[in-house]
Write a protein that binds this ligand. Structure first.
Ligand SMILES: [Zn+2]
Length: 1065
């Protein structure tokens, strides 16, 4: 009995694919395509409106096209017993098709090559990255005032007093000097208009004018350390001299100063953060606080603004090795010229230390944040699909790396030398091409795999499970129909939405309809399967009450084509809410639901995704039954980690089975109380799925958010049955992986599903020396099944520089990516270590990173100065945000489920998402220009930046707060809320009224724009100043001290300085 509705119609590989009409096949007979310009092979399919952007809500209007069903319901509504048409004996054939581990062997049988050799230098131009060259003087020189309680390190109180007098009222920037600070160079000041862009290579301009009396140029200081020596090695970098390296003029002046105003005696840290035991303890009331001027310490807003001004106008061209891309907060266009776009891969550093000793000394983690299916901007070109014919993609014989721009052709083009392992491989006859006088193949520009950083290969049957081309995937919708789900209106909402949403299943190119089949299950303590075969007049229900040993009671008619079964499906979706309208069943099962979906996919021999809509802790008698084990008393104890661990290993085993089948599980949770996200999320997490959580779901306030999330989740680009392997050139090796996936060995990252929002962070370690000449290479290969059922390989290549000078490492770092890695590292750490240990380790590592810079790269200066590398000057503020986040230091209102949920979310976030999640964006709405499309300039996340007369918006990727000051003009309140005074704005408002005036339109358009930018629809919360909800809002003002004990930015910076000094002494 076959359950495959459409027979698999995978075209013979090797033939041009109809769906990729734009792409000129690169003639695997070996003939070049004379005169074919690069542009001629267009995108293999057009940008898909469905997933280029979050789906606009329009277009999903109620199912006008569905015929209404007047015939009587043939479904049995008795939910607790077997339906008359139960066909339980019709057990699905045992599909031991669960693939063996060896199935993946053809994909990546080899580990790293062990021959040392380099990368062809010709392929790796060594130009200094202009984007990475801060042209402002690099090191922030920040003498930190100390209190008498820091007896060991701090200057005597008298000198503090002196300092405060000396520096009172002064803004100190990176080069601000006491007497005559160069205009515009402070952190808080705008860039000088005369320096619109980064310096050109060789340009020595990025220093203030020499006429400034206190700007003394000196050569890089000889370092007393074992680290870098100034001199010849630098000459290999074809770029401007390192601006951060020479002692910055003005620093000398600051040695006597503090950074910023000293407002009074500084409190002891312990006293300042009662909730942070690791900062020391000092009983008794703190002395009145004196503090540093927040304006004088590095500002995230300024760094973001500066990068936008410097990098936003020009496209980022990826032809240069080791080039640091613009920040994630900068809107820029990418042009692929041989390296993967930063939308696909970002690194903590684009210049890797040559030796493991250097790397250890710096403590800078070497990691890449990879988003293999990232959505590009509409103007950017999707990866081309390349077909190398029946023998499959051309690969290195030894390490199996895929053909890429860094492979070097030799012997007239008959062989190529691998850029990863140096092994020489014969060029297959059909792939042969002559070389030009520079040694480049003459078809270089005709072949994406020779000239681009990212592209796809059509995989042959060798890359498929059981040597069989896959069937198109299936989506199974599994709806909790217990009492809570029905009463909240959720069941009706889901069914209503699915009627129209099913027309928007993922498809490619010009496909008229999606190849994805769909199936439906409802459940409470038992499961109800539905036969929606097109030939039926009415859907049929089959109930399985034996949840202990789950099976699928029907094969034919369960997974169907939407168009063919349209009438039956519509009828079913109409009937489900009615059938369960009077249910009294409150208990649910959970694991059997996943098992049912898994069995259905197994029977259909396809991969797919389960969309599970679930409301409560599964306490009904069944496998995977859970108990309520929430215990807030465990917080801050050694047992806190158990709150993040699953309460049973049952789900880990289930996850493994799901991954084997390519069954990805997306979970939509609607809890009214604890439902153990840490356990329920295990399968989702390990199968590459997504969790969405809507606590205390209410139709009026939450339905928009849920529906938008659901629409995007159903429509977004997703690859199934995916395996990712990261290869590296000799000398470094991928050693650790973070993200939502499963690993059955140490190298292959397996994901039942991988969507365009999911990110995998990969850490690298040295296993040998690297060379500055050859640099280092990464190749990420993702094997997956597309939504059409086509097996493909997506390849991303990235070349990095290597350095023998620590200063080069620090100059080419990216703090946002570093924070992404550190957060994921810490969030994984809480599973096995006490949270305090994790926090201390984070602080210690960052202190070591900064101390190493200070010791080896910064000019000699007094110990009272805090000197930060230019590229890392935000490390302290961002690190503090990670430390204060709810996972590592929960806020008062945060539940155990929230923490587990956030922990899982962050683990799959890309760099842009972690950036705004940890340091939210705060926009003064009342400063918005209603006549322009632009956003108002963001401000720093601190209460003291807020004015009572203004309205602000804060977003972090999950929530949008609109904060209204008590003194906001009545006119503005009228325009935005449609009421005449502040007091009339209702508490807990979650929408803005649609009003026809410029201010209302502007604010709503800003919110819409932000919603479009994020992968999840954010919850809107209106907060009135001095209302009790304001506490929630203030939790996100991350530069301030938090109620749960998190340090303020200023205090944390002082603490970091203390740590650094301790390391240096
Ligand atoms: Zn190789």
């Amino acid at each position: 009995m076959s359950v495959n509705q459409p027979a698999h119609t995978g075209p013979p590989y090797g033939r041009p694919q109809p769906g990729y009409q734009g792409y000129q096949q690169p003639a695997y007979g070996g003939q070049p395509l004379p005169g074919v310009p690069q542009l001629q092979y267009g995108a293999y399919n057009g940008p898909m409106p469905g997933y280029q952007q979050p789906p606009p809500p329009q277009g999903y209007f109620p199912s006008l096209g569905f015929p209404s069903k007047g015939s009587p319901v043939s479904l049995n509504s008795d939910t607790s017993s077997l339906a008359p048409n139960f066909i339980g004996s019709l057990r699905a054939p045992s599909t031991s098709g669960a693939s063996l581990p060896s199935d993946h062997l053809t994909y990546s049988p080899f580990g790293q090559g062990d021959v040392q050799n380099g990368i062809p230098t010709s392929a790796a131009p060594m130009q200094r990255p202009p984007a990475s060259q801060p042209y402002l003087p690099g090191s922030a020189s920040m003498p930190v005032t100390q209190t008498p309680t820091f007896q060991q390190y701090g200057p005597p109180p008298a000198s503090v007093q002196q300092l405060s007098n000396h520096m009172a009222g002064m803004t100190i920037g990176t080069v601000a000097a006491s007497a005559a600070p160069p205009a515009g160079l402070g952190y808080g000041a705008p860039r000088p208009p005369t320096m619109p862009g980064p310096p050109l290579p060789g340009q020595t301009a990025p220093v203030p004018p020499a006429s400034q009396p206190n700007h003394v140029f000196s050569p890089p200081p000889p370092t007393s350390m074992s680290g870098p020596q100034p001199g010849p090695p630098m000459s290999s970098l074809h770029g401007p001299p390192p601006p951060t390296h020479p002692p910055q003029p003005g620093y000398q002046m600051q040695q006597n100063g503090s950074f910023g105003q000293v407002r009074g005696p500084q409190p002891n840290y312990g006293a300042a953060y009662p909730g942070a035991p690791n900062y020391g303890r000092q009983p008794g009331p703190p002395p009145p606080p004196k503090r540093l001027d927040p304006d004088s310490i590095p500002s995230p807003i300024q760094v973001i603004e500066d990068d936008r001004n410097n990098c936003g106008s020009e496209p980022f061209v990826t032809g240069v090795r080791g080039q640091v891309p613009p920040l994630v907060t900068t809107d820029f266009l990418v042009k692929d010229q041989g390296n993967a776009s930063p939308r696909y891969i970002r690194c903590t550093s684009y210049n890797i230390p040559c030796t493991s000793d250097m790397a250890k000394q710096s403590q800078v983690p070497l990691a890449a944040v990879i988003k293999p299916l990232a959505t590009l901007r509409p103007e950017e070109t999707l990866p081309y699909l390349v077909d190398h014919g029946e023998s499959g993609p051309v690969r290195c014989n030894r390490c199996k790396a895929y053909m890429c721009p860094f492979m070097q052709f030799i012997e007239g083009g008959r062989r190529f030398q691998c850029c990863f392992c140096s092994c020489v491989t014969e060029v297959p006859p059909h792939y042969f091409q002559h070389l030009d006088h520079t040694g480049k193949r003459v078809d270089f520009y005709d072949r994406p795999e020779l000239s681009l950083g990212s592209y796809e290969f059509l995989a042959t049957v060798d890359y498929c499970k059981n040597n069989k081309f896959p069937s198109p995937p299936a989506f199974i919708f599994m709806i909790d129909v217990s009492y809570n789900a029905v009463k909240s209106g959720l069941v009706r909402l889901i069914c209503e939405e699915l009627k129209s949403l099913l027309d928007y299943l993922p498809r490619e190119g010009n496909m008229e309809e999606s190849a994805i089949r769909v199936g439906f299950v409802t459940y409470n303590k038992v499961l109800h399967f539905y036969n929606v075969k097109s030939s039926l007049a009415q859907p049929q229900m089959m109930v399985v009450s034996d949840v202990a040993d789950m099976f699928v009671p029907l094969l034919d008619g369960f997974l169907v084509n939407v168009n063919e079964s349209r009438t039956v499906i519509a009828s079913l979706l109409d009937q489900i809410p009615e059938m369960f309208a009077d249910t009294r069943e409150t208990e649910t099962v959970f694991a059997p639901v996943i098992q049912a979906g898994l069995e259905a996919l197994k029977a259909a021999e396809c991969a797919g995704k389960l969309f599970i809509f679930h409301t409560s802790l599964p306490i009904a008698e069944a496998p995977g039954k859970l108990k309520n084990r929430d215990d807030k008393k465990l917080i801050n104890t050694d047992k806190e980690k158990t709150l993040f661990q699953p309460q049973t290993s049952f789900y880990n085993n289930l996850a493994k089975d799901c991954v084997t089948q390519g069954c990805c599980v997306d979970l939509f949770l609607f809890p009214n109380q604890y439902l153990d996200v840490a356990t329920l999320g295990v399968v989702t997490y390990q199968t590459g799925g997504s969790i969405y959580k809507y606590a205390y779901f209410q139709l009026e306030t939450d339905q928009d958010r849920f529906l938008n999330d659901l629409r995007r989740d159903v429509q977004k680009e997703v690859g199934f049955d995916a395996v990712m392997r990261v290869r590296t050139s000799t000398g470094i090796r991928a050693t650790d992986f973070f993200g939502a996936f499963y690993m059955s060995n140490t190298t292959d990252v397996e994901m039942a599903g991988l969507d365009c929002d999911k990110t995998i962070t990969v850490e690298f370690k040295h296993d040998d020396k690297l060379s500055e000449d050859s640099g280092a290479l990464l190749q990420c290969a993702l094997l997956y099944t597309s939504c059409t059922g086509q097996r493909r390989l997506r390849i991303h290549n990235l070349s990095l520089n290597c350095c023998t000078q620590l200063a080069d490492l620090y100059r080419n770092c990216e703090t946002d990516t570093l924070i992404n890695y550190l957060a994921k590292y810490a969030y994984r750490g809480v599973l096995s270590s006490p949270v305090k240990t994790v926090r201390d380790a984070l602080i210690s590592q960052c202190a070591q990173i900064l101390a190493c810079y200070r010791k080896n790269c910064a000019s000699p200066s007094s110990a009272g100065q805090l000197i930060l590398p230019e590229c890392m000057k935000l490390l302290p503020v961002y690190l503090n945000c990670v430390l204060k986040s709810d996972v590592l230091q929960p806020g008062l209102e945060v539940t155990t489920d929230d923490r587990a949920y956030i922990r899982q979310l962050v683990t799959s976030m890309d760099v842009a998402e972690t950036n705004v999640f940890f340091y939210p964006r705060l926009l003064p709405l009342t400063k918005a220009d209603v006549d322009s499309d632009s956003l108002p300039a963001a401000i720093r996340n601190s209460e003291e930046r807020l004015s009572k007369g203004d309205i602000y918006l804060l977003e972090n990727g999950l929530n949008i707060f609109v904060w209204v000051g008590v003194n906001v003009q009545q006119g503005l309140i009228q325009n935005l809320f449609g009421v005449s005074s502040f007091s009339q704005i209702s508490n807990g408002l979650s929408t803005l009224p649609v009003l026809e005036n410029p201010f209302s339109k502007k604010v709503r358009s800003i919110i819409d724009m932000l919603q479009m930018q994020r992968s999840r629809y954010m919850k809107l919360i209106i907060v009135k100043q001095e209302d009790k909800l304001e506490m929630l809002f203030k939790h996100f003002l991350v530069e301030d001290k938090s109620l749960s004990g998190g340090a303020s930015y200023v205090d944390f910076l002082c603490h970091m300085h203390k740590e650094i000094r301790q390391l240096l002494s």
